[in-house]
Design a binder for this molecule. Structure first.
Ligand code: TYM
Length: 331
């Protein structure tokens, strides 16, 4: 039997996932499960690069796992775990840090953005964050990493670090490829459509959360910023309308031309309510399932324990091999 290629991806438990998280990443995680061996993680270690309230982080870690299950991650087919439950990530992180240059980390745009936003807490973890992310991926020898466009630069770094390590110590780590969706790799803010949709945005109308109720979803779309032209078509000059069309395209399976035809002669109001309904319809069953799973704490914790065990078995072997290659004494 041909062995399946391996996938690894992660998401931070810093609040409910946005529509951007879902379209850019999580939705695809579910779709890829049959074809690939999938490993998905709640990246709680990444979350503390920004100050978190411990009790909230603990709660949100469970909530994130429950939401991933509700989105269709099957814990029998795939491995679902919490990052801090697998020490190998932190172990490989150190070795890889010694194969990563200060200069290349300085070029990371997300570091520049985040350090500007959290000027009072520009900690070393925020700076070395992409090294831990590289460790997350390389510790499983993942072939493919499904992420949104904003993670592309971090993935490029992971590829460079793996290549450099292999160059020095001999073939050890798999160089991973990004898997970035054609449509929806960068869902934009509903209020400032030239900015990425992000849950850390101070304006709550700029993002849709996966647990927003139907009326909130409808209201946010109704207020979405478009333009004054009034004609529905995709264009770089029309980021607001194009963003709405992309969301609609993902949820209905219609391509941009079909959407243009559908709204020919109709206004933005019609487009907005159609998009809102497609989102409400997609999220309603996920929200029900989420509440059911979250109420069953014993089940949830069992899934995460089992996931961590299976993840550790793979990751520990890679760390052992890396330790041997770099010359760490093994007794
Ligand atoms: P995070 O938690 O910020 O986001 C999770 C995933 O959602 C995608 N995403 C978006 N996609 C489209 N449009 C948007 N507006 C949007 N906003 C977010 C992100 O690209 C990401 O795929 N560092 C990662 C978590 C991580 C990770 C990893 C990912 C840790 N280790 C290893 C892959 C492999 C992060 O902070 O994602």
């Amino acid at each position: 039997m041909e062995t399946k290629k391996r996938i690894l991806s992660g998401i931070q438990p810093t609040g409910t996932f946005t529509l951007g998280n879902y379209i850019g990443a999580v939705r695809n995680w579910g779709l890829l499960q049959q074809e690939y061996e999938c490993i998905y993680m709640v990246a709680n270690m990444h979350a503390i690069t920004v100050r978190q309230t411990p009790a909230d982080l603990r709660r949100q870690t469970r909530e994130a796992a429950a939401l991933l299950l509700a989105c269709g991650i099957d814990p029998k087919t795939s491995i679902l775990f919490v990052q801090s439950h697998v020490p190998a990530h932190a172990e490989l992180n150190w070795v890889l840090a010694c194969s990563t240059q200060f200069g290349e980390l300085s070029r990371m745009t997300q570091f520049k953005d985040k350090s500007a936003r959290h000027a009072d807490n520009v900690n070393a973890g925020l700076f070395t964050y992409p090294v831990l992310m590289a460790a997350d991926i390389l510790v499983y020898n993942a072939d493919l990493v499904p992420v949104g466009a904003d993670q592309k630069q971090h993935l490029e770094l992971a590829r460079n670090v793996a290549g450099r390590f292999n160059g020095v110590y001999g073939d050890t780590l798999t160089v991973p490829d990004p898997y970035i969706p054609q449509t929806g790799a960068r869902i934009m803010s509903l209020q400032e459509p030239d900015k990425k949709m992000s849950k850390s945005d101070t304006n709550a109308n700029s993002f849709i959360l996966m647990l927003d109720d139907p009326d909130t979803i409808r209201r946010k779309f109704k207020r979405a910023v478009t333009d004054s032209e009034g004609r529905v078509y995709a264009s770089p000059e029309k980021p607001g309308v194009t963003n709405l069309m992309s969301i609609y395209s993902v949820f209905t399976g219609k391509d941009m031309a079909a959407i243009e035809a559908e709204f020919d002669g109709r206004g933005y109001g019609d487009l907005k309510s159609a998009v809102a309904e497609s989102v409400v319809e997609t999220f309603a069953p996920i929200q029900d399932e989420y509440r059911r799973i979250l109420a069953d704490k014993a089940y949830l914790d069992e899934v995460l324990k089992d996931g961590a065990e299976r993840a550790r078995r793979i990751a520990d072997r890679v760390v052992s091999k890396v330790y041997r290659k770099v010359g760490f004494l093994q007794l």
